[in-house]
Design a protein around this ligand. Structure first.
Ligand code: UDX
Ligand code: ADP
Length: 478
C-alpha cells in the first residue's frame, strides 16, 4: 500500500517514540523515519553498535533496530533539519504530572509539548500533519493548533499549513512491539478527512482496516485516558478484594477466576499485586480528576481519585504487614527485595510499587538488598533518593544495626539472601518463580519469611524449605 507520506519525523526518542517508529519503519520501508530528541546521550544509545545498550529494553526491539536503523530509520538530535523535511510529525515527548503551580500533583505539565509545537511552527515547511502521540490531557490538540495557527499569521509563513491529529498509543511496556504489530485497535482522532486518511494509509500496511477507528479529536484524547483509568480501576478493585480475602479466609485468585469467567467482566487484569505502577495509570487518572474538578464534576473526580488513593494505601499496607510478620520491627533486619521494575520484562521503574515499599521499609530502619535483572542500580539510587551502600555486603554475623535504613544492589539472589530475615517478591520476573528455596533457606536467618506480593512462587516448595510464606490476597493460609 503506498502512502502519501514519505517522510516522518518523531520528536521524542523515549518509551513511546522509539518502539513506535521502529515498527512504522519496519512495516513501511518506503517511508523515511527520523526520530529526534534533545537528549544527546539518549540518541547516542539508540545509535550504539552494541544493541544491549539501547536506552529501552523491549523484547523484539533490538531486532527491528538492527533491521531498519540507518536504512529508513535514523536517530539524531537534528530537530530543525528533520522537522523541515517531514510531511508528518509525531509528538512523543514526556508529559509528567505538574509539581507546582495550578493543577500541581494532578494536571500534566505540557511545557515540552508546547516547546515541540513551537519548534514545529518555526521549522516546518509547506503542509504538515502533526500527530499527538504522547498521552495528553483532553483538549491538548487545541494548544498545539493554537501555536501552529499563530505561526501561519506571520507574513513569512504563508506557505505553512497544518492539520492536527490525535493518535494515542496503547502499547504496554514489555509487550510494546507485539502491541504495535498486532494492536487491538488504532485510534485516529481529527477533523480533516484527508489528514486522517494519510495516517490510516500508514497503519493499513499491517493493521486490518476494521481495527482502525476514526473519532473526533476530543473523543480520541479522552478514550486514551479512559482506557487507562478503567484498567487501573480493575487493579485497585482486585487489590481491595485481596485485602478482604486475607481478612476472611478467601483466596483472591479463586475470586478472580470466578468473576473473570463472566464474559461481561473478562479474565484479564485481575492479578492482585503490589499495586499499579508505570508512567501512565496514575498520571492519566489524575488528569481525569483534574478535568472533572475543572468542570465542577466533583463526585466524578472523587470517584476516580479513589482508585489512586487505594493504590497508595495498598502499598503502605504491604509494608505494615511485613513489619507485623517480622515480629513488629524491621529495624536492623536484612530484607531482600526481588524486583524493582514496575512489572516484568521492562527496565522501567516509573511509579513502581517497589519505590514506595522500599522507602517505607528503609524509613523503618530495614537493611535492603535489592535485586532486579534489568534495572540499573543508579536508577534505584535516583528513585530512592539515597545512595547505595556497598558496605552491607561486608557485614558479618548479622550485625546490620550499624547500617539501618541503607540499601545495596546484589545481582546474585543466593548471596543476597545470606543472613536475611525476609525475601519480598515485588516484580513477577520469571526467574523468581524458579528459585531453589532449599539453597536460599540455608542462608537465611530463622524464622525466615517469603512475602510473595505477585503470587508467583510455589507454596509447597517454600514451605518444604522451612520458610514461612505470605501470599498476596490469600486468606486460606496467611
Ligand atoms: C499501560 C496500558 O496497559 C497501556 O495500554 C498504556 O498505553 C500505557 O499504560 P503499562 O504501564 O506498560 O501499560 O503496563 P500494564 O501492563 O498496563 O501494567 C500497569 C501496572 O499494573 C503494572 O504495575 C502491573 O504490574 C500492574 N498490573 C497489571 C497488576 O497489578 N495486575 C494486573 O492484573 C495487571
Ligand atoms: P514516553 O514514555 O512518553 O515516551 P520518555 O520520557 O521515555 O516518555 O521520552 C520522552 C522523550 O522526549 C525524552 O527522551 C526527552 O528527552 C524528549 N523530549 C522532551 N522534550 C523534547 C523537545 N522539546 N524536543 C525533543 N525531544 C524532547
Amino acid at each position: 500500500m503506498s502512502s502519501l507520506i514519505k517522510n516522518i519525523c518523531c520528536i521524542g526518542a523515549g518509551y513511546v517514540g522509539g518502539p513506535t517508529m521502529a515498527v512504522i519503519a519496519d512495516k513501511c520501508p518506503e517511508i523515511l523515519v527520523n526520530v529526534v530528541d534533545i537528549n544527546e546521550e539518549r540518541i547516542n544509545l539508540w545509535n550504539s553498535l552494541n544493541l544491549d545498550l539501547l536506552p529501552i529494553y523491549e523484547p523484539g526491539l533490538d531486532n527491528l533496530i538492527k533491521k531498519r536503523r540507518n536504512k529508513n530509520l535514523f536517530f539524531s538530535t537534528k530537530l530543525e533539519d528533520n522537522i523541515s523535511k517531514a510531511d508528518m510529525i509525531f509528538i512523543s515527548v514526556n508529559t509528567p504530572t505538574k509539581k507546582k503551580g495550578v493543577g500541581a500533583g494532578k494536571a500534566s505539565d505540557l511545557k515540552w509539548v508546547e516547546a515541540c509545537a513551537r519548534q514545529v511552527a518555526k521549522y516546518s515547511k509547506g503542509y504538515t500533519i502533526v500527530v499527538e502521540k504522547s498521552t495528553l490531557p483532553v483538549k491538548t490538540a487545541e494548544v498545539i493548533k493554537t501555536i501552529l495557527e499563530a505561526s501561519q499569521l506571520s507574513p513569512d509563513d504563508k506557505e505553512k499549513k497544518f492539520d492536527v491529529l490525535s493518535n494515542p498509543e496503547f502499547l504496554a511496556e514489555g509487550t510494546a512491539i507485539k502491541d504495535l504489530e498486532y494492536p487491538d485497535r488504532v485510534l485516529i482522532g481529527g477533523e480533516n478527512k484527508k489528514a486522517i486518511n494519510s495516517l490510516t494509509d500508514i497503519y493499513k500496511n499491517w493493521v486490518p482496516i476494521n481495527k482502525i477507528l476514526h473519532t473526533n479529536i476530543w473523543s480520541s484524547e479522552l478514550a486514551k485516558i479512559t482506557a487507562n483509568a478503567f484498567l487501573a480501576q480493575r487493579i485497585s478493585s482486585i487489590n481491595s478484594i485481596g485485602a478482604i480475602c486475607e481478612a476472611t479466609g478467601a483466596d483472591v485468585r479463586e475470586v478472580a477466576r470466578a468473576i473473570g469467567s463472566d464474559s461481561r467482566i473478562g479474565s484479564k487484569f485481575l492479578d492482585a499485586g503490589p499495586g499499579f505502577g508505570g508512567s501512565c495509570f496514575k498520571k492519566d487518572i489524575l488528569n481525569l480528576v483534574y478535568l472533572s474538578n475543572y468542570f465542577g464534576l466533583n463526585e466524578v473526580a472523587n470517584f476516580w481519585e479513589g482508585v489512586v488513593l487505594l493504590n497508595k494505601w495498598h502499598q503502605h499496607r504491604i509494608t505494615r504487614l511485613i513489619i507485623k510478620k517480622l515480629l513488629g520491627t524491621v529495624t536492623g533486619k536484612k530484607i531482600c527485595i526481588l524486583g524493582f521494575a514496575f512489572k516484568a520484562n521492562t527496565n522501567d521503574t516509573r511509579e513502581s510499587a517497589s519505590i514506595n515499599i522500599c522507602k517505607d521499609l528503609l524509613e523503618e530502619g530495614a537493611v535492603l538488598q535489592i535485586h532486579d535483572p534489568k534495572v540499573d542500580p543508579k536508577q534505584i539510587e535516583v528513585n530512592l533518593g539515597k545512595k547505595e551502600n556497598k558496605k552491607i555486603k561486608e557485614i558479618k554475623d548479622q550485625n546490620y544495626f550499624q547500617l539501618e535504613g541503607q540499601w545495596s544492589f546484589e545481582k546474585d539472589i543466593t548471596i543476597s539472601s545470606d543472613g536475611a530475615d525476609a525475601i519480598v517478591v515485588l516484580t513477577e520476573w520469571d526467574e523468581y518463580s524458579k528459585i531453589n528455596w532449599f539453597a536460599i533457606s540455608k542462608k537465611m536467618r530463622k524464622p525466615s519469611w517469603v512475602f510473595d506480593v505477585r503470587s508467583i512462587v510455589s507454596r509447597t516448595k517454600v514451605l518444604e524449605a522451612n520458610i514461612n510464606l505470605w501470599k498476596i490476597g490469600d486468606g486460606t493460609n496467611n
